[in-house]
Design a protein around this ligand. Structure first.
Ligand SMILES: [Zn+2]
Ligand SMILES: [Zn+2]
Length: 296
């Protein structure tokens, strides 16, 4: 139990020849049984990987051996096994796809620590907290009173800011995402759009729930790996904010409908997902184009 680790990391930094790292990085990871996905671009690195604890230590040293990454911040979690099936290393144009290449990181929101955010809540300060993640992520978990935009993907962030958030230009804003990477540019775009007092949660939700479980984070945290969701809270009333699509019971679990033509994300408890053949509806159960391999 728990002899595996999961790492989450990113860094915006100028890489001269990211394509040179990609190949050797993949090879090294395969040789050392590291799985996950890592993106390199001329603007930096973004990755999440899993491996045996000792391999993960080697992995961290390996990445830190690049001068550009010597101060890389790894957010770590324990796991019972690999949380990825394969290793993917890719060369990308942006390390997070958001059509925000033209936004300057220097305009990013001021960093707010988990401790500072905790105190904003505790002291009942007047602030607006905005989720920079997609609708299906915030559906299963969010900060107390957060605005959760109905984004299908991060490329819609500009639209959300321009259309839904303009009333808050003179408010204190805190943006958050899973590990902090999306907020770097999400908050910068807000500053560039004339928002006056913008903060970004440093290290993201991951950093907060480790320090302050059972407080102002409600529900589960969506993750893009085999765990699907991380549940930081033990208090019954803070465990789940979503309900099973089928039976209505509180849960934070979700699946993709196994009708490939549908593929909709639905919140479902374990019992109901099995009972419904991993499909969202009767029609989807009857589809001829269903996944062969059950996933979730
Ligand atoms: Zn159910
Ligand atoms: Zn469906």
């Amino acid at each position: 139990m728990n002899d595996y680790k999961v790492l989450l990391f990113y860094k915006y930094i100028n890489l001269k020849e990211p394509e040179l790292i990609v190949h050797e990085h993949l090879q090294w990871c395969v040789q050392n049984d590291i799985k996950g996905r890592v993106f390199f671009a001329s603007e930096g690195v973004n990755g999440t990987v899993s491996g045996k604890a000792d391999n993960i230590e080697k992995y961290k040293s390996r990445l830190k051996s690049y001068p550009e990454f010597k101060d890389l911040w790894f957010k770590e979690d324990f796991a019972d096994e690999h949380v990825f099936k394969k290793m993917h290393v890719r060369l990308k144009n942006e390390i997070v796809s958001g059509d925000l290449k033209d936004v300057s990181l220097e305009h990013g929101g001021k960093r707010i620590s988990p401790e500072e955010l905790f105190h904003l809540y505790k002291e009942g300060k007047d602030f607006v907290i905005v989720d920079a993640r997609n609708w299906y992520e915030s559906k299963i978990g969010r900060f107390k009173n957060a605005i959760t935009p109905p984004m299908k993907n991060f490329r819609e962030w500009k639209k959300v800011v321009d259309e839904n958030l303009t009333d808050y230009k003179n408010k204190t804003i805190v943006t958050y995402c899973t590990g902090g990477i999306r907020c770097e540019k999400a908050s910068a775009y807000m500053v560039e759009s004339g928002f006056n007092d913008v903060y970004q949660l440093d290290g993201g939700i991951v950093n907060f729930i480790k320090k302050f479980p059972d407080t102002y984070w409600e529900g589960g945290m969506f993750v893009f790996d085999e765990r699907r969701v991380v549940n930081p809270n033990l208090k019954e009333e803070l465990k789940h904010i979503a309900q099973c699509h089928f039976c209505g019971k509180p849960t934070s679990y979700y699946i993709n409908c196994h009708n490939i033509d549908c593929d909709k994300i639905i919140v479902s408890c374990h019992r109901c997902k099995v009972g419904n053949d991993y499909c969202c509806s009767e029609d989807c159960r009857k589809s001829k184009n269903k996944r062969n391999v059950i996933h979730g």
